[in-house]
Write a protein that binds this ligand. Structure first.
Ligand code: 5GP
Length: 180
């Protein structure tokens, strides 16, 4: 299935599960005795988010935000716009933003600036994937699952034209699909 779209599996189900558990344990240790509000960035972060929060011991609240910087396909538009804001105020709370991937850094730089202006107690970024070679803005995540090369990936929440988010692994999209 999906043989035409997928070049190869980059991160397997087992590797993801192991790393998500480790991140959950690390975050639980770092925030011992504190409650955390996890902010899921829609739509790409949703699968990672659902797995990660179940590895956290301690008090957890969740909220959702959607910003978009991508047009259709695999190219960023470079412009970020708010699509859906958080449902609750975050002033005085420990916030961890859960993202699928840090690529150019444009989206998270915007999001971090926006959320910081609301005066949370703390604000950290957790991303499943990081493509440091693609940065346009200097940006570093606080918790990173896997550092990857400059390849367009799909699955485990990540899409190509809104499809393939349901694949259980992180896969490299076949360049023929997008003419890369
Ligand atoms: P940035 O603003 O850091 O360039 O981009 C962040 C967003 O771009 C991610 O949340 C994700 O939606 C999208 N993106 C960046 N690289 C990839 C990729 O390799 N695959 C997919 N599916 N989306 C990506």
């Amino acid at each position: 299935m999906y043989d035409n779209e997928i070049k190869r599996v980059l991160v397997s189900k087992e590797q993801i599960a192991r790393r998500v558990k480790e991140l959950g344990e690390q975050i639980s240790r770092d925030y011992e005795g504190e409650s955390i509000t996890f902010v899921c960035t829609l739509r790409g972060g949703c699968v990672f988010f659902a797995d990660l929060i179940r590895e956290i011991s301690g008090d957890v609240e969740i909220d959702f935000i959607a910003v978009s910087s991508y047009g259709a396909g695999t190219k960023t538009s470079g412009e970020v716009k708010m699509v859906k804001d958080l449902s609750s105020p975050i002033k005085g709370k420990n916030i961890i933003v859960v993202e699928d991937i840090i690529d150019t850094g444009v989206t998270l730089s915007y999001l971090k600036r926006l959320l910081a202006s609301r005066e949370p107690k703390s604000l950290k970024i957790c991303s499943l994937l990081d493509k440091p070679s693609r940065r346009k803005l200097e940006f570093e995540g606080d918790y990173i699952g896997f550092v990857i090369e400059n390849e367009y990936v799909v699955g485990y929440g990540l899409d190509y034209n809104q499809k393939l988010r349901h694949l259980p692994e992180v896969c490299v999209l076949a360049p023929e699909v997008y003419g890369g």
